[in-house]
Design a protein around this ligand. Sequence first.
Ligand code: F0G
Length: 464
Amino acid sequence: MQFNAIIEPFRVKTVEPIRHTTREQRLAAIRRAGYNPFLLKAEDVLIDLLTDSGTGAMSSRQWAGMMLGDESYAGARSFYKFEAAVKKITGFKHVMPTHQGRAAERILFGSALKPGDIVPNNTHFDTTRANVEYRGAIGLDIPIPEAHQPRVYHPFKGNVDLEKLERALAENPGKIPMVMVTVTNNSGGGQPVSMANIRAVSEIAHSHGAPFFIDACRFAENSWFIKMREEGYADKSPMEIAQEMFSYADGATMSAKKDGLANIGGFLAMNDDELAMKCKNMEILGEGFPTYGGLAGYDLEAIAVGLEEALDPDYLRYRIRSIEYLGERMKEDGIPFIEPTGGHAVYIDARAMLPHIPWNEYPGWALSLALYIEGGIRSAEIGTVMFGRQPDGSEKPADMDLVRMAFPRRMYTQSHVDYLAEVLGYIREISPRIRGVRMVEEPPVLRHFTARFEPAHGEILAEA
Ligand code: F0G
C-alpha cells in the first residue's frame, strides 16, 4: 500500500519556539524595519522563508560529529574527513574549504579571470555575478527560453541554451576562461539541470578548451530531480547521480549552507594542479590555511556528515515533495508561480498576481510585505528592487517580479506548510487591495538588503 501523507523522515529531539504576533505588532515591526523584511528582527517572524542558506536543522549525527572536531591549525583530522566526503561525491583532486560559497567564488574568479573575460552560466546567482564583475569580467546568463516562461512546464528549466553557449564560445576565442552551470538554478526558480544538458555543456566547453565548473550549492536536490524526471536514472541512487554529474566537470564552487546541511561553510574544488596552487595562495590570503579555510574543525565535521545526509533518498523525497505539495495547493487557489516548483523554494509570480501595481511600485516587494503583515511569513523579493537599478543609474523592470519562499532544510513540518497554503489562499482573496511601495532610502549597491520604503498609497493593504 502506497500512503500519500508526506511525513518528515526524522523525529524531533530539540525544539526552538517560534512566536505568534498580532497583526498590529507585525505592522509596527515592519514600519520600524522601513518596510524591508531584511531589517526585521527574526523573533518577530513566525515562519522564516527568507532563505534556505545556513538556516537548516542539523542532525544528531552532525552534532555528535562536532564534538570530534580537531581544531589543529594545519592538517587537522577533521579536514581529512571533510576532504574524503567531498572527494567521494565529486571526485575532484584538490579540495579547499571556505567559509561560504561566495569565498570560493572570489578565490576562483580572482585566480582565473581577467578584465574583459566572459563567463557563461545558466543564471549567475547575485554573489556569483558580483564576483565575476568585480574582476572586470562579464557574467553571461544563457538559460533555455522556457526559463523565462513561468507557466510553461519543462522538467529541466535550469538547462543551458546549448546553441547560445556554442555561439558565445565560437565568437569569443580566448575570452572564456570557464563555463559554469548552477545546479539547481536558484535565480531561475530553483529549477534543475538535466544530466544530458550537463554532459553536453561539458563537451561543448571542452571542445573549445574551456574548463567546466559547477556551482554545486543544491547538487543533491538536482540529483533527485534527475532521478525522478530523466530517463535512465530512476534506479540510480542520488549519490551515483551526483557522482556522474561531477564527473563531467573540472571543478566546483559550493556553499555548504545549502546541500551541505550546515549552518556555515563551503568549498572550492578542482582537478587542475596549476590553478589549484594559485587558488590555495589566494585562500591563505583571505580565508586561512588550506586545511581549514575560514572554518572551525567542528564545522568541517558537520559538513562531512551533512553532504552524505543530503543525498539520503528519504530526505530528498520528503523535501521535494513537500514543496511540490505547496505548489499544488497554490494552484488550486489560483496563485500564479513558476511551474513546476523548484527544489528549495516556491517563486510566486507577483507581477501576474498583482497586475494593478505598476513595476516601479514593486509588486514583488509589496506582496512579500503582505505575506508578513497578514501571516507573519518572511519571504524575499526577487525582482525589480533586487535587479532594477542599471549601471548607468537608470531603473528598469526586472525580467520577472517574483517572491521567493525558500525552505530551510529539515526545519518546518508539514503543518507549517498547510499554514502557508492557508495564508496564501487568503492573500489571493485580498490581493486587489494590496498596494505598492516607494523607495525612500537607497544604498548604492545591493540595494534590497538595506533600502527603506513607504507605502505609496497610505497603507500596504487598502480598506475593504
Ligand atoms: N551560488 C548560489 C546558486 C547560491 O544560491 C548562493 C547563495 C551562493 C552561490 C553563495 O553562497 O551564501 O554561501 O556565500 N544563496 C543564498 C540564497 C544566499 O538565499 O539563495 P553563500
